[in-house]
Write a protein that binds this ligand. Sequence first.
Ligand code: CP
Ligand code: NVA
Length: 304
Amino acid sequence: MKKDLISIVDFDKDDILDLLDLTKDVKANKSKYECSLKSKCIGLIFQKPSNRTRVSFEIGMVQLGGHAIYLGPSEIDMGGRESVKDVACVLSRYLDGIVARTYNHEDAKELARHAAVPVINGLSDLEHPCQALSDIFTIRENFGKFKGVKLSYIGDGNNVLNSLMCAASKVGLDMKIATPKGYEPKIEMARIARSIARVSGSQIELSNDPKAAAKDADVIYTDVWVSMGQEKERSKRKKLFMPFQINGNLMKFAKKKCLIMHCLPAHRGQEITDEVIDSKNSIVYDQAENRMHAEKAILLRLLK
Ligand code: CP
Ligand code: NVA
């Protein structure tokens, strides 16, 4: 396993399956890991807001016997008050690990390059690897397998999708993706996902047709139409993305028992309706809970 988790692509299939198995054990046997990271400390360098990532890492670390320090934009101002390199080198003298939420993916990479301690990407403009790991864990928890499970992602081709599609291709999950024209996932990430899929035998299909993507789905996944940092595009995106809303009509194309996933925060009434996100098939809060179990597994493997 690599020193850092910056891109999900850096972890091979065995690393991912090992993390999923450890996540399962961590979730089932909380007390077994109570002292595993005793007296270790991580720093959370966050340039953007967060509920799940911040709280799940902080609490996860406490549950492992360690400690976490939140370093918001006003404390660190990475790249402004001091260089990414200086932040990395200084914090490596105090901390045992860093979780970084950056605007620019290159900043997360540079931080990892200079840090002597593990750096975990807690979301960048390009990827959200912790979310992807936790999400495929949630899918396996529900279906007991990956092979034959049809995951549909309908919405914006963003950071969450980039990581999810690469994780899916590694473990052999089939994915149908529908985004509006011009809002496809990053070309390079789609290329990587497809080349991994050729080896693993999974199918990663991209289209601009939400109904075709929803057809016979076992899971429908969506995310916000406007990611953090894209606020100026809000009104344009809201109009353009409306045909991609996950609502009762679209759900008719999916299997009856189709599960609903959303990484949250959700913008109810935009990418998903109340009717769908509050339905009995919605597993969004299990998904949020599993972030913490998966991140504990990541911390255990990288900080040990
Ligand atoms: N899903 C997720 O990463 O949520 P936060 O932005 O609240 O951390
Ligand atoms: N795509 C969203 C995910 C939030 C967890 C964003 O980047 O804002």
